[in-house]
Design a protein around this ligand. Structure first.
Ligand code: ATP
Ligand code: MG
Length: 145
């Protein structure tokens, strides 16, 4: 089985959210993901990377975020890692409308959960956070080509 792995490491700058999102988009397009699922994939990646920059590193620019992509014909796995502040209570953080920032909606994890087929969050305070997301690729019907 063919596996395509990519690793992207970038500074914790908000403009890099777009870069991560574009790579996800290109990979999804190669797999012929339907346009709505492609959009969902892009949102999920954007949310995870934004969280790493904004919460993990409190918007400080001199840190690094890593995104690992692993693509096969049947799924696309994406891991977003930071070595930032970590999440003290993961269950609480993943609840709808929970945010440590009063200006925010607290919906990032909800989007990731609903747009991807699997979501796993691992985190340790003062060590960092790793978000793993999987999207299953449905086999294309011959008529769609
Ligand atoms: N990488 C991370 N490092 C540290 N804390 C995080 C990280 N990701 C999420 N969190 C914590 O989990 C909370 C919930 O995240 P979520 O993305 O659901 O909402 P939000 O980022 O606060 O708001 P929104 O995504 O709607 O703008 C955040 O407010 C933050 O406290
Ligand atoms: Mg968020």
């Amino acid at each position: 089985m063919k596996v395509n792995k990519l690793q992207l490491t970038f500074s914790s700058l908000p403009e890099n959210v777009t870069i991560a999102r574009m790579v996800a988009s290109a990979l999804g397009a190669q797999l012929d993901l339907p346009i709505n699922e492609l959009e969902e994939l892009k949102v999920a990646v954007s949310e995870a990377v934004s969280n790493a920059i904004m919460h993990g590193y409190a918007n400080k620019p001199n840190y690094f975020v890593t995104v690992d992509f692993e693509v096969t014909a049947s799924k696309i796995k994406i891991q977003v890692s930071d070595q930032g502040c970590g999440i003290p209570d993961i269950k609480q953080a993943m609840q709808a409308s929970f945010s440590t920032d009063p200006e925010r909606m607290g919906l990032g994890f909800i989007f990731m959960q609903s747009f991807m087929d699997e979501l796993r969050v691992e985190s340790e305070v003062n060590k960092g956070t790793k978000v793993t997301m999987v999207k299953n690729i449905n086999p294309q019907s011959p008529s769609s080509h």
